[in-house]
Design a protein around this ligand. Structure first.
Ligand SMILES: Cc1cc2nc3c(=O)[nH]c(=O)nc-3n(C[C@H](O)[C@H](O)[C@H](O)COP(=O)(O)OP(=O)(O)OC[C@H]3O[C@@H](n4cnc5c(N)ncnc54)[C@H](O)[C@@H]3O)c2cc1C
Length: 479
């Protein structure tokens, strides 16, 4: 029968059968994943699908899963969080175990994981942020957008962030989607925010906010912004809020639009029309607006002023250089401008950290050096998601990359490259028990989930997130 199959199919079938015989005789592929964000869950999904014998354990430092889907994605973007349903399906599979409240690099070392598992996949994201490196950066009310996002999303480490909203003008440095998320949250009518899963402590603070003006500053021009059209449109449509774009920034841009690649063309068109050709309806709407936001281009912060609290910035004016319009780079000129403000939010990118000295790390790029997800010089170690690429792209980008990582791990299992005699989680649980670490299972997380949804129902929100880790663990353990 086999001979009537095409040659390629026969080869595939043979290697599939061989790999299964090998796994039956040598043992089971035990794979662990470090970090339960999108990269971790999508990699797990692919490995479970690609190898019917593989067992996947996902370690997460928090008692709750989903990474930036829970703690990054803006509270007014609930539709983005629907990916949680797919992650829940993965976690509910017999061969998948979520092990929360375990910090790899502290409770368990990478060496421990390597001893216990055939493959170790690192998907622990980017938990730090880039600094501007200018004088005055540590003044009060100069805050990283990452911490501000964590604060409004209830990330336990950020709930005590000292942010003073009793000021009128905020400056956000950076022209990415996170910058626009932060601007939107600062300017959004409180009645709209109240219906989201924004954390109560930040809702209380935002309801007393005096911020009326938000300036979003980027070092390059309108053709190089990193935010996307959805986020820009939401800013333009913000109730009671007027966009202020300078016509000088858009002179001649209309002539360039048609040559731009499609997503960039639509984005630039929207900025251009908002600035140069707003509709009568828009103009009427913006006339009565109490608040405003603006985009400032070709500026780099040189210094942040203030005594204890920030009072303003010195910005250097840049000129653009380079043939390719979209990729032009900013060159600092000797011109400067001073700008007053009472709050500065730095939104120039997230950055990964070294969680264990046994992980190779490129401190310059803030990523783990790898070739097709295989960590350089470390057989059996893989990386994926933001820790491997840097903080770029959206969940879809992370998903595509994680699927490739999953396929690579499956290929290495099938090719007999990995040691399939490793014992898996039993050894790790022995260590965790000896250290008294209380782990949180996916079932436990579902207790937290139900509790939060119930707390939210009582105040008309989709959920009220718990912000205290010990409270999370205690609710998790109540069956
Ligand atoms: C503010 C913000 C808003 C965003 N909004 C959107 C959006 O609207 N739409 C969209 O498509 N994309 C959005 N993104 C992008 C999206 O969140 C990322 O593409 C995606 O989360 C990256 O996935 P990841 O798994 O690599 O990292 P993460 O989501 O950060 O997951 C990493 C996980 O590892 C855990 N971890 C860290 N250290 C350890 C350790 N030592 N031990 C164990 N676990 C550890 C972390 O707790 C976390 O759960 C947004 C990103 C940000 C920052």
């Amino acid at each position: 029968m086999l001979f009537i199959l095409p040659r390629l199919c026969r080869q595939h079938l043979r290697s599939y059968v061989q790999s299964h015989i090998r796994q039956l005789t040598t043992g089971q592929p035990n794979v662990c994943i470090v970090g339960a964000g999108p990269a971790g869950f999508y990699t797990a999904q692919q490995i479970l699908k690609g190898n019917p014998n593989a067992v996947v354990d996902i370690y997460e430092k928090l008692p709750v899963p989903f990474g930036l889907v829970r703690y990054g994605v803006a509270p007014d973007h609930p539709e983005v969080k629907n990916v949680i349903n797919t992650f829940t399906q993965t976690a509910s599979k017999d061969r998948c175990t979520f092990i929360g409240n375990v910090t790899i690099g502290k409770d368990i070392s990478i060496a421990d994981l390597q001893k216990a598992y055939s493959a170790v996949v690192l998907s622990y994201g980017a938990d730090n942020d880039r600094l501007l490196g200018v004088p005055g950066e540590n003044l009060k009310n100069v805050i990283s957008a990452r911490s501000f996002v964590g604060w409004y999303n209830g990330l336990p480490q950020d709930i005590d962030l000292q942010v003073n909203l009793d000021v009128e003008k905020a400056v956000i440095i950076g022209h990415g989607n996170v910058a626009l998320d932060v601007a939107r949250i600062l300017l959004m009518p409180i009645d709209l925010l109240k219906k989201t899963d924004i954390s109560q402590h930040s809702l209380d603070a935002l309801s007393k906010s005096r911020i009326k003006e938000v300036i979003v500053i980027g070092r390059r021009g309108p053709l190089q912004v990193a935010f996307t059209i959805k986020e820009l449109r939401e800013m333009i449509r913000l109730p009671d809020c007027k966009p202020v774009l300078s016509q000088a920034d858009f002179i001649g841009v209309d002539k360039l639009i048609q040559d731009l690649p499609r997503p960039r063309r639509r984005l630039t068109e929207l900025m251009y029309k908002t600035c140069m050709e707003p509709t009568d309806k828009d103009v009427k709407l913006w006339k009565t607006a109490q608040k405003s936001w603006s985009l400032s281009f070709c500026m780099s912060p040189l210094e942040i002023f203030g005594d204890k609290d920030v009072t303003g910035l010195k910005l250097g004016i840049n000129k653009l250089q380079g043939e390719d319009l979209v990729k032009q780079s900013a060159i600092l000129t000797d011109q400067t401008v001073d700008m007053s403000c009472g709050l500065v939010l730095r939104s120039i990118g997230y950055k990964s950290i070294v969680i264990d000295p046994d992980i190779p790390f490129d401190t310059k790029s803030g990523t783990i050096p790898n070739k097709d997800s295989r960590v350089e010089g470390k057989p059996g170690m893989y990386c994926t998601g933001w820790v491997s690429t840097g903080p770029v792209g959206v969940i879809l980008t992370t998903m595509n990359q994680a699927f490739e990582t999953g396929k690579t791990v499956v290929k290495d299992i099938n090719d007999g490259i990995l040691d399939l005699t490793k014992p898996g989680k039993s050894d790790i649980f022995n260590i965790l028990n000896s250290k008294g670490v209380q782990t949180v299972s996916f079932k436990d997380w579902e207790n937290i989930d139900q509790f939060e949804v119930k707390q939210g129902e009582d105040v008309g929100k989709p959920r009220e997130k718990m912000v205290d880790i010990s409270q999370m663990v205690s609710v998790a353990k109540k069956s």
